[in-house]
Design a protein around this ligand. Structure first.
Ligand code: HEM
Length: 511
């Protein structure tokens, strides 16, 4: 009896194993045939260059990456790789195959033409503890409704209000030494400037880090730590469970609680407004276009408003500060450009510019464009294919044929390298030369993407350029000499955004 049972059990197990193997083999064959059909239909050719010699796990690429990160040269080294391997190549990262590209046509396809074939699924997990679910870390319908909710808060009227920017400039000026010999790190102050302006714009009340000692401002401190924790969670992936970070949990709580009080206030203000009560405070805030109030007037979901506030704060704060820091780093190294900028700004006779005057200062705009070209603050990005799809370039020996992108493949696009392509920007592509943008000489499309493109294009572009332009112009009016106090070249500090590793150290002499 026992022997019989054992025998039956064994037979059943063998049968189950055989069925599973056959099913899996059948699925693999079906998949293989479907892929082959897809490849033929679209005329795809294999990508001829792969980074790895180890085709299984791609372990050979890991020491290179670690070395480049430790030397703070991952972007520079990646440019070299594109020069050696061509504009599109593949790389194996453990079990996963990724495609890296600096072809504008491919990037246009990912971000626009075949937008629905790609997603950012892997972003939500590391970002969610701080941001919840909002415009920056979701896909599909959730993202679309976030975008629809937020978009009306970025009309011309909202971004053209320069009152806050001027008040903060006065705070900034008070912290700048004027003896031409005391060294100050503008980068640190720009990060404070942008958190003050972002909190004013989003919450209707600035955290005021320029007014106080920075480290006294709990929210700013917690937000800084929480952002670093996002990067670590992103890098660790599933290994995150072995690295619990209590401080990050606490910082996430501080940030979200901080935003929540403004959400409550916004809903109160909207309720009062709806009841038509005469509340002067609510009326004043209404005039100021407070982002949280705008959202509260369009949804009843408080968590949603809190999440979107955190998303926009993260998307908008460090990016703008990084552009300011990189731009001023380049300006300190190029006194002739600073002088030329000051000559343009002299047309304002020392007055603070209006929004329209700001937009008419062409050389100032060239300087910002050039900084975003040379040091794009979001220097690399990626999307994951959510279905089998195709990219127009990168296949075959000449890299000019379409390539097959199987579902689940990561496609990374590197703006830092693309913005330095000499075939687009000339032999001096590595130089900071705002003149290349003068007289409409350069009108790139998908070869220049500091704010991304397609349906997910940066929603705060005008806001950011207004803010950076304003600081630039006011500084140029105030200071005749901007002397670099950093003997070395610009070095990368790559976190969520790209800024200068050694800050922006200057000595300032008033005009
Ligand atoms: C120099 C400053 C800025 C740069 C270079 C920049 C760049 C970018 C880039 C490259 C993206 C696309 C990210 C992706 O899809 O992977 C993006 C998205 C976004 N940016 Fe900006 N940004 C800047 C400032 C701002 C500001 C000031 C705000 C708001 C106050 C803002 C709000 C957003 C939002 C909400 C998104 C997500 C859009 C979406 O996915 O639909 N950005 N930005």
């Amino acid at each position: 009896m026992t022997v019989d049972l054992e025998f039956h059990l064994k037979v059943t197990l063998v049968l189950v194993a055989a069925v599973l193997t056959l099913t899996s083999a059948f699925a693999s064959i079906k998949r293989f045939l479907a892929c082959r059909r897809f490849v033929r239909t679209h005329g795809c050719q294999p990508v001829s260059k792969s980074l790895n010699k180890d085709p299984f796990l791609g372990l050979d690429a890991i020491p290179w990456t670690i070395r480049a990160v430790l030397q703070h040269r991952i972007l520079e080294r990646t440019c070299e790789r594109f020069r050696v391997y061509g504009n599109t190549f593949t790389v194996k990262e453990l079990q996963r195959r990724a495609i890296l590209t600096v072809e504008p046509e491919n990037i246009k396809t990912i971000l626009s033409v075949k937008f629905h074939d790609y997603g950012i699924k892997n972003r939500l997990k590391p970002f969610q503890p701080l941001l919840g679910k909002g415009i920056f870390d979701t896909d599909g319908d959730h993202w679309a409704s976030s975008r629809a909710l937020i978009r009306p808060s970025f009309t011309r009227d909202q971004v053209a209000d320069l009152t806050t920017l001027e008040a903060l400039i006065q705070d900034l000026f008070k912290l700048l030494p004027r003896d031409g010999k005391t060294i100050v790190d503008l980068q640190d102050l720009f990060f404070r400037y942008t958190i003050d302006s972002a909190t004013e714009f989003l919450f209707g009340q600035s955290v005021g880090t320029l007014k106080k000692n920075h480290s006294d401002v709990e929210f700013a401190h917690a937000f800084h730590y929480a952002q670093r924790a996002v990067i670590i969670r992103g890098m660790l992936g599933p290994l995150k469970m072995f690295y619990p970070d209590r401080k990050a949990d606490e910082c996430n709580r501080i940030c979200r609680d901080f935003a929540q009080q403004f959400v409550e206030e916004a809903f109160r203000a909207v309720a009062i407004q709806k009841q038509g009560q005469n509340n002067p405070k609510a009326e004043l805030k209404q005039k100021k276009h407070i982002f949280s109030n705008e959202l509260a007037s369009r949804t009843t979901d408080k968590i949603r408003v809190q999440d979107e506030l955190m998303n926009v704060l993260l998307a908008g704060r460090d990016t703008t500060a990084s552009l300011l820091s990189n731009l001023f780093f380049s300006l300190t190294k190029n006194p002739a450009i600073w002088d030329k900028l000051r000559r343009e700004v002299a047309s304002l006779d020392g007055r603070a510019p209006t929004y329209d005057e700001l937009r008419s200062l062409r050389y100032a705009r060239c300087c910002m464009n050039e900084s975003l070209r040379l040091h794009p603050v979001v220097p690399r990005n990626e999307r994951e294919a959510v279905r089998d799809t195709v990219l127009p370039l990168g296949g075959g020996k000449d890299g000019l044929s379409p390539i097959f992108v199987p579902k689940g493949t990561l496609v990374g696009y590197n703006l830092y390298a693309m913005h330095r392509r000499t075939d687009f920007y000339g032999p001096d592509a590595e130089e900071f030369r705002p003149e290349r943008w003068e007289d409409g000489n350069l009108q790139p499309h998908w070869e220049y993407l500091p704010f991304n493109g397609g349906p997910r294009i940066c929603i705060g572009q005008q806001y950011a350029l207004t803010e950076v332009g304003y600081v630039l112009v006011r500084m140029a009016q105030e200071f005749g000499v901007l002397e670099s106090c950093d003997a070395g070249p610009w070095e990368e500090s790559l976190t969520l955004t790209l800024c200068s590793r050694n800050g922006t150290k200057v000595c300032l002499t008033p005009a």
